[in-house]
Design a protein around this ligand. Structure first.
Ligand SMILES: *[C@@H]1O[C@H](CO)[C@@H](O)[C@H](O)[C@H]1NC(C)=O
Ligand SMILES: *[C@@H]1O[C@H](CO)[C@@H](O)[C@H](O)[C@H]1NC(C)=O
Length: 254
């Protein structure tokens, strides 16, 4: 550690040594809560980490005791900061590439480019069981706002000369409203916006649909240099991209 940093640390935490050798590390910290239970805040943070790491899969709803934790996470600074870390890393990676005409970056739409936070705020922050009808009505309003860190990344990628392709679970009949919603909030251009065609993909899992559409892109000669989404199903499977980026989403599991 250089001297300046050391001085800073000394100023900030007078009692902390700079060498780090005086930390006391206990092999097993005793649980702090009552009756062997962790406080809700602690166990819900663990739940969220399990979700983001794809250790907890196929869950249907946010555990009811974690509703406030999830709401605080999404409405506070942490969600934005976590998203920023992901988007910055994607940009730093993209900057290292020698871009060609064939290079594309795949973006998901829901809770990647557009935020459905308003909908979920009115429906229990993921605690209520998903209602596809109500969700479709919300989407059809075309009023979702842009996720700001994704929008920044999108603009930077375009400036680097990388083409953008959106692949969305939204069905074809919601394509027009999706186009206008994206454009209204600052996503002005893309090479393709691929919505789910129910005549081909009825009953298929999200991952199968996205893999199949990415494979088609590869067959058309595109090189998928990157792929960003909030769901693991966006970034696993065939032709997933040279690098994938997972945005946080503790609200639902696709
Ligand atoms: C990009 O091109 C330069 C010059 O041709 C080359 O030196 C460099 O290794 C290339 N980088 C990558 C990541 O391919
Ligand atoms: C789902 O949403 C629709 C439209 O708002 C509503 O009519 C229906 O009752 C809801 N279903 C459930 C199970 O809540």
């Amino acid at each position: 550690m250089n001297t300046k940093l050391c001085v800073l640390f000394v100023l900030a935490f007078v009692t902390w040594p700079c060498q780090g050798s005086d930390y006391q590390v206990f092999p097993l910290r005793m649980k702090t809560g009552y009756n062997e239970q962790y406080p809700t805040e602690v166990s819900c943070a663990s739940w969220r980490l399990g979700v983001e790491a794809n250790n907890l899969v196929k869950w249907k709803t946010v555990p009811a005791p974690c509703q406030e934790h999830v709401a605080d996470y999404l409405l506070g600074d942490q969600y934005r900061s976590d998203s920023k870390t992901v988007c910055r890393e994607a940009y730093f990676y993209a900057k290292t590439l020698n871009i060609t005409q064939k290079d594309i970056f795949v973006f998901d739409v829901d809770d990647t480019a557009l935020s459905n936070l308003q909908y979920f705020a009115n429906h229990g922050f993921g605690v209520e069981e998903h209602n596809a009808t109500a969700f479709k009505i919300w989407v059809s309003y075309g009023e979702a706002f842009a996720l700001p860190e994704t929008l920044k990344l999108y603009n930077k990628l375009l400036a680097l000369g990388i083409k953008v392709v959106f692949i969305t679970e939204r069905p074809l009949d919601l394509k027009d409203v999706t186009v206008s919603n994206l454009q209204n909030v600052g996503f002005y251009k893309w090479d393709k916006l691929i919505a789910r065609d129910p005549s081909i993909y009825s009953g298929k899992l999200s991952n199968a649909f996205k893999s199949s559409e990415r494979t088609k892109l590869a067959e058309e000669g595109f090189r998928i240099v990157g792929n960003i989404g909030d769901q693991w199903s966006d970034i696993l499977g065939d032709k997933r991209g040279f690098r994938t980026f997972k945005l946080p989403n503790p609200l639902y599991y696709d």
